[in-house]
Structures are given as C-alpha cells and as structure tokens.
Design a protein around this ligand. Structure first.
Ligand code: ZN
Length: 460
C-alpha cells in the first residue's frame, strides 16, 4: 500500500464533501420508522442504490420482518475482509412539536445537521459507504475485501438478526466487524468499544382479591399483591444492593488484565457524568469505580412498578393485582437463558405465589479482547481520522446484538462511535456534527488502508 493511494482517497473525500452531504440528505428525507413500518421498503431500496453506486454488489436479504441490505466487494484475494454493520431504520419522531425543524427535512444549524436518524444511524453508516466510494473513485478498487450489512429492525430490538446470521453465516464471515453507532462519552476522546452488556427482561405478577377491595373491611384478611411483590423483591436484593438470586454470579468473569488496565486508564470525569442527570454520588459502595459498575457487574433493575391507586388524594383499597418490570444487565459470560433459569428457580423457592414471565429472548453479552491483534489496526485508523489516539472501552453499559458476530460467528467486533454526546438519539432535534461526519468518512477510508497493511505486516 503506497501512501500515495491513500492520499488520493483522502483528497477524493475532500472533493466529495458537497456530494456526500447531498447523498446523506436524500437518505434523511426518506423516513424509515421500523416500529410503525413507515418508509422501510423505500429506504431499503435507497440504501441498496447507494451501495451499488459505491461499487458493491448488492442485494436485499429478506427476513420475516424488514429486509436487510447487503453489499460486497471481494476483489482483494488474500487480503482481510471487513464487515461494516449499520442500521437504516429510525425511531419515531414524536413528540413532533418539540422539533425546531421538520424531522425528515435535514436542517443545518451551528455546524450540526438536524434530522431524525442522522446520528442513529444514517450519517454513521453513510460514512463507511462514502469511504468505499472514494476508494473506488480514486483507485478503481478497494485495498481489502468489504462487506456491508444494513439492518432495518435495530430500533425494535433486531428480532431477525439471529435468523439472518444463522442462515447467511458464510456470506457474513469476515476478519472483523466494524460498527459506528452511538456517541462517544466525551467529545474530546475518540473511542473503541469492545463489547456490550447483555439483558434479560422479566415481569413479576401477583394477584390478591378478585377486585380492588375496601382496606378497612378487608384489611388483615385479604392478601395485598403489592406486598407480595415487595417481599419477593427483598429476597432478590438486600438493602446494601447485593443481588441475592441463587447462583446469579456463577458465570461472571473477571476482566482480563488488559481489560482491567483499560478500565483503570479511562479518562472520563465521573463527577461531570453524574452531574448531567443531577446526581452527586453513585449508589453504594461509593468507592467502587464507575468502570467496574458498568463493565464487571451485572444489575437487577426495577424498571416499573404498578399497583393500586396512584392518583391525587387518597383511596383506601387493597389492590387486586400488582406487577413489577425488571431488567437485568448481564456481563460476560452470563446468558439470558442461564439467568432466566436461576431467577425462576429462586422465585419458586422464595416467592411461590408470585408469577414470573420472561418478556423476550433477551440479549447475550458480547466482548472482543482488548488485546486482539485487529484492535491495533482499528486504533491506528481512528487516530488518523479523529486526530487523537482512541480510548479503549472494554464494555459499554447498553445492550446490542453484538453476540451474533462474536459468539455465533466467532469474529472480533469493534464498535467505533462517530457521534458525539450532543446528538440526542431517539429524542427531538437529533443531530450530528458536520466535522465529525467528515472525520468519520476519513476514518473508515484509513481503516481499509490500515487493514491492507496489517495483512502485509503479519506476513513479514
Ligand atoms: Zn437507536
């Protein structure tokens, strides 16, 4: 790989600045709300056209839900293959009255593009496509093999990604998966995220009398389902916050020394992060570092509790029923199936009157070792694109179906957010910084060059 070829590509990206924006705007004007099935088919076609225009052989992968858009260029035999993953669907735009400009008409203000889906995820995956196009334009080929998969159901929990990966495993096989989604935590530091927490979502239900009853006439006689749930919850977690579900921590894996070192050198200011949501302290034990809480510990969270009367004034009843919704964030090597069995068994033993229901399949946690050889290739690309050595984040707190790559297909997966914390994903006035759009395209372009080098280096 000559430096000249990459320079030609980078200058093509500069030349394309205006046309890339126009291409992005076309994509942003096309609504693609997966939850409401609005504009999905049209957006999938538009993406397919974009991939074709960038020089990829393209097709739609049908699922029993919304289609995925797939494109590939495999003209570099013996060179590594990268799979870029992204999603073309967006969240609903409501509440519309809070938008300062129309959600599906991109508007540029103060160096940012405002539109639904611009950050999550259209500008981010568009960056990869623009980089591929620039390579083709400037050199007539790509330095490595490239695959692109754009999902249409990410915002509704990727219900068919597992099915597509199982069915098209060979098609999707690559040396690494590269995803740009979400924001960095601190605009000053580019990031590489190596994994995600998993999740299990359950609901506990308790039933008392067959209707709400008078708490005077029936108090001391009828069971109260809200108390039944409080008692059940108390067997699951103690007052210090320790999770008591039998066997809950059996599979929890200690971070590797490299992951531990990365956790300890994270430059984020915990106080400032807490201040964003009006907090001064973390929950006890207060001396436990932020990174340990997110990356090394599972959680048991009450997401919603409903029972009885919650309106103005008072109403003296014993409620007929109570429900509590619980999400558990899981860390390597826990799985939703394993934890579900443990929760079920625990509640059978400690709260037999409480019904427990699993709400969905959940998500398996995923991680790629911080010391994976491909990580250094990605670091070099991000450093050149964003002008600063990226921070290694071993695990992010949220959940994504990343295990489809790492567990099902055994590929390393790197999440490189191109967005910044101001982007307001899922909220009104979602936005994306113009300069990060440009830097993102360059980062993706450099990644291809660095990947080609990596192969050569490992041969010498
Ligand atoms: Zn999203």
């Amino acid at each position: 790989m000559s430096r000249n070829r990459l320079d030609a590509v980078l200058s093509a990206i500069d030349t394309n600045a205006e046309t890339d924006l126009i291409g992005l705007y076309t994509l942003l004007r096309q609504p693609s709300i997966s939850a409401q099935n609005v504009g999905i088919a049209e957006c999938a076609d538009l993406e397919a056209e974009l991939l074709r225009g960038a020089g990829l052989e393209t097709r739609l992968l049908r699922t029993s839900g919304h289609p995925m858009v797939y494109g590939e260029w495999l003209g570099a035999p013996g060179k590594p293959t990268v799979l870029f993953y992204g999603h073309y669907d967006v969240q609903p735009a409501d509440p519309l009255e809070l938008w300062k400009s129309s959600p599906f008409e991109p508007d540029v203000r103060g160096g940012r593009i405002y539109a639904r889906g611009v950050a999550d995820n259209k500008a981010q995956h568009f960056s990869h496509i623009a980089a591929i196009r620039a390579w083709m334009q400037a050199t007539g080929s790509l330095p490595v093999n490239v695959k692109v998969l754009l999902e249409g159901e990410e915002e509704v929990g990727s219900p068919h990604l597992g099915e597509v990966v199982a069915e098209h495993g060979d098609l999707l096989k690559a040396d690494l998966v590269y995803t740009s989604d979400g924001p960095v935590q601190d605009v000053a530091y580019p990031e590489i995220c190596f994994g995600v927490r998993g999740m299990l979502y359950i609901e506990l239900r308790a039933i008392g009398p067959n209707r709400d009853v008078h708490s005077g006439h029936w108090g001391g006689v009828a069971p109260n389902p809200a108390w039944m749930l409080v008692d059940a919850l108390r067997t699951m977690r103690d007052a210090e916050g320790t999770i008591l579900i039998d066997g809950f921590f059996d599979e929890v894996k200690e971070p590797t020394p490299a992951a531990r070192a990365a956790m300890e050198s994270l430059p984020f200011d915990t106080k400032a992060v807490l201040a964003h949501v009006g907090l001064e302290e973390m929950v006890p034990p207060t001396d436990l570092p932020w990174a340990d809480r997110i990356m090394a510990r599972p959680t048991l969270n009450i997401a919603g509790f409903s029972s009885g009367y919650g309106g103005p004034g008072s109403k003296t009843i014993i409620p007929s029923k109570a429900t509590v919704k619980i999400d558990m964030r899981l860390v390597p090597e826990q799985t939703p199936d394993e934890i579900w069995e443990k929760v079920r068994t625990h509640l059978e033993r400690h709260a037999p009157g409480v019904e427990v229901v699993r709400m969905d399949g959940g998500m398996v946690p995923s991680y790629t070792p911080v010391e994976h050889p491909m990580a250094e290739v990605v670091r070099r690309a991000v450093e050149q694109g964003f002008g600063r050595r990226p921070v290694d984040v071993p695990l992010v707190g949220g959940s994504l179906p990343d295990a489809a790559w790492t567990k099902t297909l055994g590929m390393p997966s790197f999440l490189v957010p191109y967005g910044d914390p101001e982007q307001a994903n899922h909220a009104p006035n979602e936005s994306y910084a113009l300069d990060r759009f440009h830097r993102g395209i360059k980062t993706s372009a450099v990644l291809l060059a660095e990947l080609a080098e990596a192969k050569r280096e490992s041969r010498t």
